[in-house]
Design a protein around this ligand. Structure first.
Ligand code: BJW
Length: 248
């Protein structure tokens, strides 16, 4: 544990939790930039950009169909469960908590988190590039799949945020960061913006900032405190510590 002397408060009223692929790694969902990560097996330009989808929609559908199938096998781990517990403890203590996840899996909601924003979209949702309708989708998607609303063929795509697209909920996130007094970043590399810049915004609001990760991330030095190890372990321990402060 490392504390850079930002002055840890006794209690917190406005908490923001940011999660990334590392929180779901122990549930088998795979990370992106680690050794053997998803981007070592697939080109992100091909499968995670609008241009890649326009070039080869079938390749993109194959990629997301496989991930949607692997999500069906996945269960929340102790880190997801601890964060759902933290939300309940915060509610009981009269504190506000927003969990912003970059993950497109649904493991936070399966663990019981409710105050949740999927800034990079959701694997089990699709949207129509023709009429804009969005809806739940837990099956495979094909280039010939017809939109249930406008009837367009081939216009349905995963409702996920690709590079060059605007992440969801940014107004709400900026509002909450401007009032936040505790910001915790869990299992994210700190390499993808705008999420990687949230810690700076939180610091400007005077928040205590903490990183929980397997190892220090790209912007670890910006955080006031860091605790390192597998999420299932460090998140559970940290939630116990914070829970005691919320009850104090
Ligand atoms: C563990 C663990 C364990 C492992 N326990 N921890 C130049 C400079 C700055 C910015 C840009 C730039 N050029 C372009 C940009 C912007 C771009 C960007 O940031 N690019 C950088 C890569 C340079 N960003 C965007 O385009 C974003 N949009 C945007 O900026 O809009 C503004 C705008 C739009 C239009 C016009 C003008 C402005 C959109 C980003 C979308 C990201 N999408 C993806 C795919 C989503 C769908 C899918 O899942 O397929 O989101 S990419 C991928 O990266 C995914 C993730 O959510 C995201 C972040 O990854 P994450 O979570 O950090 O995972 P990893 O693998 O990187 O890290 C895992 C971490 O876990 C590691 O630290 C491990 O140590 C740790 N770990 N095991 C604890 N057991």
């Amino acid at each position: 544990m490392r504390d850079r002397g930002q002055g840890v408060r006794k209690s917190f009223r406005n908490i923001i939790v940011l999660t990334g692929a590392g929180v779901s790694a122990e549930s088998g969902m795979g990370t992106f930039r680690d050794k053997d990560g998803i981007w070592t097996q697939h080109s992100l330009e091909d499968v995670a950009t609008p241009e890649g989808f326009a070039r080869n929609p079938r390749l993109v559908h194959d990629f997301y169909n496989a991930r949607r199938r692997s999500l069906r096998e996945a269960a929340p781990n102790a880190a997801h469960t601890a964060l759902a517990r933290l939300e309940r403890m915060a509610g009981q203590a009269g504190a506000a908590l927003l969990l912003v996840t970059q993950n497109v899996d649904n493991l936070h909601e399966k663990a019981g988190s409710r105050s949740l924003l999927h800034m990079h979209g959701e694997l089990e949702k699709v949207m129509c590039a023709s009429c804009g309708i969005k809806g739940p989708w837990d099956e495979d998607l094909f280039t010939g799949t017809e939109c249930w609303s406008c009837g367009a063929v081939g216009s349905l795509r995963p409702d996920v945020v690709w590079f060059g697209e605007m992440p969801y909920g940014m107004d709400m996130i900026h509002d909450r960061l401007s009032a936040c007094d505790l910001f915790v970043s869990i299992g994210t590399s700190g390499e993808v913006y705008p999420a990687a810049g949230f810690v700076e915004e939180a610091r400007m609001s005077g928040a205590h900032t903490i990183e929980l990760n397997l190892e220090p991330s790209a912007n670890a030095r910006v955080f006031g405190e860091g605790r390192y190890g597998p999420a299932s372990q460090v998140v559970s321990e940290w939630v116990e510590d914070i829970g005691q402060r919320l009850r104090a």
